[in-house]
Write a protein that binds this ligand. Structure first.
Ligand code: IDP
Length: 138
């Protein structure tokens, strides 16, 4: 069964010119791009996206980071797309959790500036796609 997930290449990924590399990994895995956009997000969109983290100590810095410069937002599709994209991305902490061979394991050192975002469940994907690409909402 085909599934969709939200991909973000966060501002650090764009600034470090890793967009091509990251998109290539998504395509090589066999996932299909459904939507792709470079955009700078405002505080309101960032808060909606990261609503589950409101109140956590890292929340203000996370909002600051995600709104600081352009990012790439995309929707990708394929069988088990949510889990497949999280597998390619690697764990949140790029040193303790992400293994070599994943995007975070290969390229990141910071738990905040960890290059990419992926929805953590099909339900989250639906919610996040509606925020970032309302025209695709089911
Ligand atoms: P995920 O992006 O791997 O799904 P989440 O726990 O949903 O991880 O956290 C969302 C984002 O918030 C992370 O990708 C990272 O940018 C940031 N973040 C999470 N935990 C920390 C932390 O302990 N310190 C700083 N930033 C964090």
């Amino acid at each position: 069964m085909t599934e969709r997930t939200l991909v973000l290449i966060k501002p650090d990924g764009v600034a470090r010119s890793l967009v091509g590399d990251i998109i290539a990994r998504i395509e090589r895995k066999g996932l299909t791009l459904v939507a792709l956009e470079l955009k700078t997000v405002d505080d309101e969109l960032a808060r909606r996206h990261y609503a589950e983290h409101e109140g956590k100590p890292f929340f203000p810095a996370l909002l600051e980071f995600i709104t600081s410069a352009p990012l790439v937002a995309a929707v990708v599709e394929g069988p088990r797309a949510v889990a497949a994209w999280r597998q390619i991305a690697g764990g949140t902490d790029p040193v303790e959790k992400a293994v070599p061979g994943t995007i975070r394991g290969d390229y990141a050192l910071s738990t905040q500036n960890n290059l990419v975002h992926g929805s953590d469940s099909p339900e989250s994907a639906e919610r996040e796609i509606a925020i970032w690409f309302p025209e695709l909402a089911s």
